[in-house]
Design a protein around this ligand. Sequence first.
Ligand SMILES: Cc1ncc(COP(=O)(O)O)c(C=O)c1O
Length: 398
Amino acid sequence: MATSASPSVVDLEKQFLLQNYARYPLVLHRGKGCYVYDTSGKRYLDLIAGIGVNALGYAHPRLTKVIREQAGLLLHTSNLYYHEYQGPLAERIARVSGLDRVFFCNSGAEAMEGALKMARSHGRKISPEKIEVVALENSFHGRTFGALSITGQEKYRRDFEPLVPGARFVPRNDLAALEQVVGERTAAIVFELVQGEGGIYPVSAEYARQARELADRHNALLIFDEIQCGVGRPGTYFSYQMFNPIVMPDVMVAAKPIACGIPLGVIVAKEPAAAALGAGMHGSTFGGGPLACRVALEFFDILEPLLPHIVDTGGYFRVRLTDLAKRYSFIKEIRGFGLMIGVELDIPGKQIVLDAMDEGLLLNCTHETVLRMLPPYILTEQDVERAIAVLNKIFKRR
Ligand SMILES: Cc1ncc(COP(=O)(O)O)c(C=O)c1O
């Protein structure tokens, strides 16, 4: 297999880095639009885009411009002072989400930690026993202790137990199980509306509505994790807006694409939930710095007119993948919304990912058999055709 990994880079990492990542043998050097180039100059169409972060691809001219400008003005202020961009970005996020207040941090897991603190504080104001968090089996919410505690996959949790107490897991879309578990001790119900790491599995509108109803009945917070499935990826701003009527959460967390590669996470809450984190109860040194906030504002300006394109291109991609599925019986199912796509195989996906890389196409495999695509929102039908041609070539060899 072709590799661009220069021995010195690989050797240095082997010697000096924690060995927690299993990297592909590829050293990336630069990118433009939906394409990245390795250090040998080989070009790749990138359908995984930094695991859903590079929403506008690489070197977007408007983002490059504001990053350059802001780097010469202010990179960091701390939250001791105001800067010009947090307020306007918070207003923008509140407006597009339909929620009231925003907290800025640096990653998905950090956002989830804050949301869990919000839930704990909300519950404890009612009763010291109200500390349970109901989450879904097969979910993924991050690697920190709190987020891991509500991640419903044993393989991520087992080496770190005991975790934060109070997590209860239920199967996705099982209304009776949810009804049975949610009660007076429930501080929050948390889920992704489309499980990402778990293999692109959606939650039904009926289930989301039932969760809303149960949260209201038991005075618990309904928290949606929009870190992978939100912020434009479904073709709406957030995935809860795909339902008709919309199912509103009390709290929503987002991260990944929100500042297109500059770390930024958000907790967005309705007024009563937001009040659970009062003065001095939470904070983040780097959270919501001027660079990240300014880039995110620019991104939201670009995103609004892009939303219909995400729906169209995602739909087109799924149609073309369905055509492939008719030709290859090992393709079991095509799932997803907008530009969040899973192709379930009944053979292992790992070698397909490596073969695709050889052919200049980057994608990823989750849960052993699900090819996962989280491409940039600027993907075109022409790019889709290129991806389909590569996949067809690889599948033919199977
Ligand atoms: C749904 C979901 N929640 C939380 C996280 C954790 O985000 P981060 O890696 O930024 O901490 C991820 C990351 O993949 C995710 O997909």
